[in-house]
Design a protein around this ligand. Structure first.
Ligand code: ATP
Ligand code: MG
Length: 425
């Protein structure tokens, strides 16, 4: 090596920021560079000649280093040689610091020396610690945030659930409101319909009164003209007409009275035993004034029926209403059939006509007071007969039903509980 390279080497050794320590095989410090002095805060003089243990803290068991070297020298087994490791260093004032030590072996004139490179880790450790603290802090923050987030999510879920329940409740109350609105509307409509029907009834009732009354009046004034004895049949014709008209008036009045009584719930029944066949003959006779030209009523007994125990007065009102309907809603010359049978303890009376029938859309309402089918507007009536019959049958514990085909005819079926004497009992 020439002088120039010596200087160069010295410059490199002294200018490096890492410490360089050379020890002999006994661990005695032979050389330290400037950086070593700065790192350990010693002067060169204070270090050279001392054991390397001088730079290590007590707790590091300084003997180990001697033993490492001894072992290496004896066996050649390197524990520290060529392998870097982290070591604690002790400064002059006793404070310690971490450094990275890498040791290499050098042989000069057959003697073994070890060169240690000391790289200060203080800053790196500080950064590491700061990083660890930062990471820990971050972890803490993340954990806290996660917890907060979970809490917020839970809160949101709860609010969501509450909202859902509120929405459901709101929907339910809206539906309830809609329903009550609808039922109010229905009630209002029914009220309106009833009022309409009542006024229709009033106009019809006055009409029903007027027609027979004016007929009676005209017949009475005509009667006055027939003074001759030979005009007796003409007189009788008008007397008959007057009688018929009075009966018609009586019917209308009866209807009125029935409605009043039915409304008041004060119907008293008077049951008694009577013969069905005699009763029917009588009812049909009474209907003669109601029948149109050439209309007939044919009664047929499908089973043997004679004496029954019932309210004949009420049954008469029911049958008069049904038979007058059958006549009123059928053409002249049509036959009205009446079929009577016994079914168990029930008396069943069917009244069958071949009249105008009831349009399907009206069928549900014909028992409603004042209701008249759309096809009956040209035929006189108050819309009370069936309502009365239905109510009376209720009172007697019976029932009424019907089948009808529009423009073909109708069958009304009356069922009445009774103790029937059919001859076999
Ligand atoms: P009234 O009070 O004078 O009897 P109405 O005959 O009109 O009047 P209901 O007897 O109650 O009243 O009958 C109600 C409606 O049912 C009738 O207006 C008619 O439209 C229909 N109806 C009843 N019986 C028959 C029938 N046999 N054939 C066709 N339509 C009928
Ligand atoms: Mg009628």
């Amino acid at each position: 090596m020439n002088i120039e390279s010596d200087l160069l080497l010295k410059a490199i050794v002294e200018s490096t920021s890492d410490g360089i320590i050379i020890i002999d095989c006994k661990g005695s410090i032979q050389f330290v560079n400037e950086s070593t002095c700065a790192l350990f805060d010693y002067s060169r003089k204070e270090l050279v000649g001392h054991s390397i243990n001088f730079l290590l803290p007590e707790g590091v068991k300084p003997k180990h280093h001697d033993q490492y070297i001894k072992k290496y020298v004896e066996t050649g087994q390197a524990k520290v040689i060529g392998v870097g490791r982290e070591v604690e260093g002790k400064r002059k004032d006793g404070t310690t610091f971490p450094f990275w030590l890498s040791v290499n072996e050098t042989r000069i004139d057959g003697k073994i020396f070890f060169t240690g490179l000391v790289h200060d880790l203080t800053e790196q450790k500080k950064t590491e610690r700061a990083l660890t603290a930062l990471a820990k802090d971050l972890e803490g923050k993340v954990a806290k945030r996660t917890k907060e987030l979970a809490r917020s999510v839970n809160k949101l879920l709860k609010i969501n659930l509450q909202l859902e329940t509120e929405i459901k409740n709101k929907e339910a109350s809206e539906i309830a409101l809609k329903h009550s609105q609808e039922s109010l509307e229905v009630a209002l409509q029914q009220e309106k319909n009833l009022n309409e029907m009542k006024s229709r009834f009033l106009s019809m009732a006055s009409h029903e009164f007027k027609t027979p009354l004016s007929a009676i009046l005209s017949s009475a004034s005509i009667l006055k003209r027939y003074t001759q004895t030979e005009q007796q049949d003409k007189r009788e014709k008008h007397i008959e007409k007057i009688k018929r008209m009075i009966r018609q008036l009586n019917d209308v009045l009866n209807d009125f009275l029935s409605v009043e009584r039915l409304d008041g719930n004060e119907i008293e029944t008077a049951q008694g035993e009577f013969d069905v066949q005699d009763f029917m003959t009588n009812v049909i006779e009474e209907m003669e004034g109601v029948l149109k030209q050439d209309q007939t009523i044919a009664v047929k007994y499908l089973t043997e029926v004679r004496s029954i125990y019932q309210d004949s007065h009420i049954l008469r009102i029911i049958l008069r209403n049904l038979l007058s309907n059958a006549a009123k809603y059928s053409d002249e010359g049509k036959e009205i059939k009446v079929e009577i049978s016994k079914e168990g303890f029930n008396l069943v009376i069917k009244i069958i006509d071949e009249g105008i029938g009831i349009p399907p859309k009206d069928q549900a309402y014909i028992f409603t007071r004042f209701y008249r089918s759309t096809n009956a507007s040209n035929i006189k009536g108050t819309g009370l007969g069936l309502a009365i019959a239905d109510r009376y049958l209720n009172v007697l514990g019976g029932s009424i039903s019907f089948t009808s085909e529009y423009k073909k005819g109708s069958t009304f079926i009356v069922k009445l509980p009774t103790k029937i004497k059919d001859g076999k009992e």
